[in-house]
Design a protein around this ligand. Structure first.
Ligand code: GAL
Length: 497
């Protein structure tokens, strides 16, 4: 009994004292379409979001759009001061392809696009904030969508032309590049329809998404190799990709349930992680088998999942200097035959549920499951040989309010799971990014789902920004390198967790 007590006390002490490693970096993130606004100013071209929201505003829950959004385009200096106030080490942004190349092609470079990002990058570096830059966060130039978007294999070369311009103009200040944000979410959202639909809001279920993914993987590898061969030596940065992963927990330990959860994880997360980060490369074997089997059943002449040549497999494998990981939630998976295929859902062969006791966010899909975060971090370590992981997104949505204790609770718990993964599981995690720096245009959720550490008043023409309680809590973590559950900034009430 006495021994047990000592053990409990020591354990809780160790847990309570867990600190972030000295070189651990903290940041916040946004993406171009979600915050910039200035959709048609100074030579910017039309992208697939501009096109969709203007023609079919009803695809957005509150009928809004990103025409003005947070208007970060006009707030460079003020926003950099806010980042300084937060005390972050880095700021993750994305470049708007159409602001730089209005036609999508390199035939016409928009000087104002180059100017805007130069000024932003200069302001960040002058203030000691490292820029982390995504080359593509879902806002494809419309003229390229007219040519088939990511289902067109030529898109990989058009992407490369754009990427070269970005390296040439901005690479001296960017030490962290991200090629693509969440390709699995993008390709499924673009072609499967349903609740998670994204521009260009097409339906080519069970087919379009895999063509899209195939082109993206090749485009990603091309962008990596270009950097590696021509820019790395002089610019000395790192280049990677941000992959989204939900943790799928088997709903019991039965063989069927374990298999269903694993299959889903491999077919969603492994879809992009396996070709890049596994020893063997290529799509996960279980994904190839399953889609080939389903395609045969559905009378297709070949698998709906395209094949890589051996040369392509080795060209893609290992093309990431770190594992950018976006994570929000977890779910239970059980085996299920989903009718109405072909579709990604019927390919998955499982259905999902979440425990109603898990704290729910304002977005229908989000619930706080910190242990799921811990599990998937361990899974990445074991599956892909313990790569350097940077959490490039993690966050919680609510309906608004400055006293955002539920967001603080979420971040604290997820950060505790992360600390545990570092200190007790040996996971190699070097950074964490809170989504989001400020409330913004949450895709089809419009402005009603708030993820920001900073409130934006979308009614005021100035788009006034106000720090929420979570902004102060985050700053305190960055300053002290640990989590203090009792921290209460002045002007706020103590949270009851
Ligand atoms: C991610 C996406 C972000 C943001 C976030 C919250 O999937 O990369 O742009 O919208 O989800 O839903």
């Amino acid at each position: 009994m006495k021994h047990l007590l000592v053990l409990i006390i020591t354990n809780s002490l160790v847990f309570g004292e867990l600190q972030f490693p000295p070189n651990f970096k903290f940041g916040v993130a946004t993406s171009a379409y979600q915050v910039e606004g200035a959709w048609n100013l100074s030579g910017k071209g039309e992208n697939i979001w501009d096109y969709a929201v203007h023609r079919t505003p009803n695809v957005i829950q509150d009928g809004t759009n990103g025409d003005i959004a947070c208007d970060t385009y006009h707030h460079t200096e003020g926003d950099v001061q806010l980042l300084k106030q937060l005390g972050v080490n880095f700021y993750r942004i994305s470049l708007s392809w159409s602001r730089i190349l209005p036609t999508g092609f390199k035939n016409k470079i928009n000087p104002d696009g180059i100017r805007y990002y130069n000024e932003l990058l200069d302001a960040l570096t002058a203030n000691g904030i490292e820029p982390m830059v995504s080359l593509f966060h879902w806002d494809l130039p419309q003229p390229l969508q007219d040519l088939g978007g990511w289902t067109n294999p030529l898109m990989a070369d058009y992407f490369l032309e754009y990427v070269r311009i970005a390296y040439e103009n901005f690479g001296d200040r960017v030490k962290y590049w991200i090629t693509f944000n969440e390709p699995s979410v993008l390709c499924a959202g673009s072609y499967e329809g349903g609740l998670l639909a994204l521009a260009p809001f097409l339906k080519s279920r069970g087919v379009g998404l895999y063509l899209c993914g195939h082109t993206l993987l090749i485009a990603h590898a091309k962008a990596y190799h270009l950097y590696d061969k021509e820019f790395r030596k002089s610019q000395k940065g790192k280049i990677g990709i941000s992959l989204q992963g939900i943790w799928y927990e088997p709903s019991s330990s039965s063989k069927e349930n374990v298999q269903a959860a694993n299959q889903r994880l491999q077919m969603e997360f492994g879809w992009f992680a396996h070709p890049i980060f596994s020893k063997k490369g290529d799509y996960p074997p279980i994904m190839k088998e399953r889609i080939s089997f389903m395609s045969k059943q559905e009378n297709f002449s070949q698998s709906r999942l395209p094949e890589f040549t051996p040369a392509e497999i080795s060209y893609i494998r290992g093309t990431s200097d770190y594992f950018g990981f976006n994570h929000y939630t977890s779910a239970y998976a059980v085996p299920a035959n989903i009718s109405g295929g072909p579709s990604q859902d019927s390919d998955f062969g499982s259905s999902l549920s979440q425990d109603p006791l898990w704290e729910a966010g304002a977005s229908w899909w989000i619930r706080s499951v910190p242990w799921g975060f811990g599990n998937i971090l361990k899974w990445i370590k074991n599956e892909y040989g313990n790569p350097e992981v940077i959490i490039t997104e993690n966050g919680f949505s609510d309906k608004g309010g400055l006293q955002d204790c539920r967001r603080i609770n979420y971040h604290y718990k997820y950060l505790e799971a992360l600390l545990n993964a570092i200190h007790n599981e040996g996971c190699n995690i070097s950074g964490y990014t809170a989504w989001s720096f400020m409330d913004n245009f949450e895709w089809t959720g419009g402005y009603s789902k708030k993820f920001g550490l900073i409130r934006v008043d979308f009614v005021s023409p100035e788009r006034t920004r106000t720090l929420k309680m979570s902004a102060y809590a985050y700053r305190n973590i960055i300053e002290t390198k640990k989590i203090d559950w009792s921290f209460t900034p002045s002007g706020f009430e103590k949270c009851v967790f």
